[in-house]
Design a protein around this ligand. Sequence first.
Ligand SMILES: Cc1cc2nc3c(=O)[nH]c(=O)nc-3n(C[C@H](O)[C@H](O)[C@H](O)COP(=O)(O)OP(=O)(O)OC[C@H]3O[C@@H](n4cnc5c(N)ncnc54)[C@H](O)[C@@H]3O)c2cc1C
Length: 479
Amino acid sequence: MRFDFALGHYLTGRESLEIVNDAHCQLSRTRVRAVIDVHSVDDIQSAITRCQREGWQLSMSGGRHSLGRQPFVTDGLVLNMSGLNRILSLDETSGMLHLQGGARWTDVRKFLGSQPERVPWEVHQKQTGADELSLGGAIAVNAHGNPLGAGPISTDIEWLKVLTAGGEELLCSRDVNADLFGLVLGGMGLFGVVTEIGLRLVPTQRFVRRSEVARTETLIEHWDALHVDYQYGDMQLDVNPASDHFMKRGILNLWQSCDAPATPASKQLQADWAQLITLAHVDKAQGFREYARFAEAVNGSVSTGRDFHWDTYAPGYHAQLERHLGLPQGGDVLTEFFVPIEALEDLLDYARNEIRRFGVDPILTSLRSVRQCQISYLRWARCDYACMVMALHVDDCPQQLARLDAFCAAIARFCGQQGGTFYLPYRQFAQHADLLDMYPNIHEFVEEKHRRDPSGLLSSDWFGSLLSFLREAPALGTR
Ligand SMILES: Cc1cc2nc3c(=O)[nH]c(=O)nc-3n(C[C@H](O)[C@H](O)[C@H](O)COP(=O)(O)OP(=O)(O)OC[C@H]3O[C@@H](n4cnc5c(N)ncnc54)[C@H](O)[C@@H]3O)c2cc1C
């Protein structure tokens, strides 16, 4: 027997030593049998056959940016989809991009930028905050970005090829195998491996940026009008709990399509991301002042396209901060909540009080918008919602993580009471009743999973916890 320091216990001979983790917070250590680097559909089929033979479970990972063990299953095999990342073709007439499921946004960007002629097509939306995220991962959670008046990414997906737990590769779309299409979009990787994608791009346009300090009540008052006048937008809130303006003001960023000439590249400014993230940890007041200064400098600038999609996130930044600032090991845990716009002001009031009551440490809070999703089976965007994204700094210790989860559960419950919900790709913190309330068809989702994959071959620790959780739920006892 050997002692495993990462897991803090002895490993028996049966156990593998391979430990995997999430890329963002490093708070999802999971022991797996092996990681399989996927380069072809055959590699996935071989892994499925091996798992069927050995009675193992199989999970899949893209950029590993989800934070609740969605891509990993303890003692199972993990498909590393990063090698299945080719951009296969672009139809220059329709803007349809054909790519493999492990491709990341960085691969898409590189492909579009490397064409001999400038391609007149761009990505409509992607997640904000990081680019090393795979398209397969975005589809599995039905991700969203900061467009105004648009649903999540499922809106931009025309068709998928999916390798099911039975080893069969199926084409699905709104017209063909439509039920599978809806289950895979937002299905947390449980209904098959996305091997190929038809992603609809949008015509390239120039955008003028409006950035200024604004009150949250102004945002709420002009919410509908902003959706008419602008195509993209978000508000980065003042996250200094000591300030009178705490979560009452922010930097409102809006982008409007225009015909004006683009600002010369030499005058296009980038926020000093490293400085802002450092200040968010050590001096939030100064951080807000610096961001406001940046907003003033870029206000009125015109981009050659949707350049604002691309981020300057530095992988491993938190470990560097820990070294430079002498912080204990930890991370900035992301979480997202949604409410109808009529409830946003109440949510901000509630969150402000709960942040102070729980003593959690907000590094970033941004507001944005999403339209109802009609396609995904396990829908989080059940209505048009205002969205509150938070990154909360936490030390890697049980007390702080428990406090963080209790805070998130309280906010989620509040959102549920307002007809809102919370996002699944992060930590699992919700209470039974709240989960059933906000994901009312979750039992049917699980039943459908059992029907299509009776041996539970495709799984994850996230799904395992969900199953135990539902088994204990009072509602299940009555079914
Ligand atoms: C810094 C940061 C910023 C973020 N910003 C946003 C944001 O703005 N908007 C937003 O919506 N989300 C955001 N997220 C969450 C992110 O979109 C999800 O966690 C997403 O799933 C990450 O993609 P990934 O490639 O890292 O997937 P992973 O974390 O590797 O996997 C996530 C899920 O996708 C499944 N999966 C992976 N590949 C495939 C495949 N080929 N076929 C089928 N299923 C697959 C896995 O089984 C797992 O369930 C952010 C996360 C971080 C850490």
